[in-house]
Design a protein around this ligand. Structure first.
Ligand code: UDP
Length: 235
């Protein structure tokens, strides 16, 4: 196995599938199946899932609500998605634990780093809900932060595109695909991999990022087994 401990970041939007809002059950089951297969290989799997399919902090500002309140609403949206993922995984017989950055003790454990690591060592899939627990951050930042804290080998950012391009491949036919790229080049070329806070956290802590297509069945498994899939960002 190329990676022993991974942090998988999934966006909330990806969970919508073809829908305009909410959770698509087929997509949820597909992701759960992929996670199950990887966990069955003995890889320690932590997951951070976004909330964009339900609510984002910036939406609050657009309708005249307080930004910070909106961010907490967004964090709660990630908890809803995390609960759905937990339930789907458990239906497949995968042992999971949901650890939240906000205290919601009836439905999840509080985030405690040592506890998260212990769960991983015991082979449980750990889902980190509620982002970092702080407003003005994103779940990409939560993914980077938690990955560093638990000493994950890599952050795997599952998207609907197959990696990083010099331009948006859906708009520019001349966009160049990067199979490997350095943090420095991503920064200098102004490429959009993660938001700057998330990206800087990875860069400063030497944590590699792989951006890959999560919607192609089997990609996650092939990736952890060492196949060259997506774009690897390293020092
Ligand atoms: N959020 C936050 N702090 C965090 C993580 C998330 O305030 O540490 C809020 C923020 O408002 C964000 C929303 O939760 O817009 C949903 O997360 P995100 O936009 O990252 O979800 P994704 O785009 O991955 O679906």
């Amino acid at each position: 196995m190329k990676y022993k401990r991974i942090l998988l970041k999934l966006s909330g939007e990806a969970l919508m599938g073809e829908q305009q809002y909410g959770i698509d059950s087929d997509r949820l089951m597909q992701y759960s199946q992929e996670i199950k297969e990887v966990a069955a290989l003995g890889v320690e799997v932590a997951v951070v899932i976004g909330g964009g399919n339900i609510f984002r902090g910036v939406q609050a500002e657009q309708v005249g609500l307080d930004r910070v309140q909106g961010d907490y609403m967004g964090m709660l949206a990630t908890v809803i998605n995390s609960m759905a993922l937990q339930s789907a995984l458990e239906k497949l017989g995968v042992y999971t634990r949901l650890l939240s950055g906000l205290n919601i003790q009836q439905v999840c454990e509080p985030y405690i780093r040592r506890r998260a690591v212990r769960h991983l060592e015991k082979g449980r899939v750990v889902i980190f809900g509620a982002g970092t627990g702080n407003p003005y951050f994103t779940t990409d930042s939560a993914a980077s932060l938690r990955a560093i804290e638990i000493e994950a080998d890599v952050v795997l950012k599952g998207t609907r595109v197959d990696g990083i391009y010099s331009a948006d491949p859906e708009k520019d036919p001349n966009a160049i695909f990067y199979s490997n790229i350095s943090f420095k080049d991503v920064f200098e070329k102004g490429l959009n991999v993660m938001d700057m806070t998330a990206f800087t956290l990875c860069k400063e802590n030497g944590l590699p990022i792989i951006v890959f297509d999560m919607n192609t069945a089997g990609n996650l498994k092939r990736l952890v087994q060492g196949e060259k899939i997506g774009t690897l960002v390293t020092m």
